[in-house]
Design a protein around this ligand. Sequence first.
Ligand code: PEP
Ligand code: MG
Length: 335
Amino acid sequence: AVSHIKQVCEVFKTGDNLLVDGVAGLVTLNPKNLTEEKFEKQKRAFRSKWECAKKKSHTIATTKSGKHIRVGANVGCLEDSLMASDNGADCIGLYRLEHIYLKRNTLPSSEELYCALKEAISPFADKSITIRLLDIGADKELDFLDYPIEPNPVVGRRGIRFLLDRRELMSTQIKVLLRLAQQFDIRILVPMVTIAEDILSVICEVEKAATDLGIDKLPPLGAMVETPAAALCINSISQHCNFLSIGTNDLTQYTMAAGRENLSVSEYYLERHPAMLRLLKLIVEESETDDISVCGNLAARTDSLAELVELGISCFSVPPPAIPIVKEEIRNLHS
Ligand code: PEP
Ligand code: MG
């Protein structure tokens, strides 16, 4: 798909012939025969590359120099998990919990959340599953929850900041994840961590919930690195974490000061700008844990894989349809 086309209803009329190139993000209006033929050829080449990659997608991707790289999936529902499993995902690298909430008109009870999640992750019963606590605010809002009115929600009370104000909401999720961790290999991921206190507060909540439930073994806990402050002071955060997941979508937005949904500044939203690459390098070099994955859109960009593997990233989490091609590109790397 291609989105965010300016004045789309005026530019395109019913009956127009369109070529939609979702890989390049290009739409050609009423193409000439030659363009159409070239496009068809490109489409066939892409399909055959994809089918070839799919055949090998259930084995781990190893670079030519022997580095094993895990490719996980970003999912939000059972359909995503099924496609991810079919496409050979090595794990669920990011389960976005908000999708369960966004489909409803009321908050789910603990039992409803438990059942919905258990079903959605069932295709990954024997693999690692990283579930992110509810990340709402800014671009993801729930109509049935009271929000503080804020002048600038993107830099407001979103992600973990919101959950720290709504402890009962966080504690329900944590208890559900602790229960699921009795049967699945669950890891808990905290969104929008900016300062070490964010993660320390979640550790307290997890310990409290475990005591309430009489559970001794706690699942690994990790932080999303998606603010420049978290990246620049990663040692203070990572010393309390078992793993990190770099959210390049938000990290790009905050580093480049360009809203991820704001078309008018899209030329500044540069996921591979040197400022981003320096932050990624710093995260890898200064983190106390070497369990670091990238789960933003950058992970699915095949033009970035070599650079990221070179930096030391050994796990990528990408949308389910991208898994076979990302694995194939990794196999072709000399890093
Ligand atoms: C990110 O910010 O890169 C990320 C993966 O989280 P989301 O896109 O859900 O904000
Ligand atoms: Mg994010």
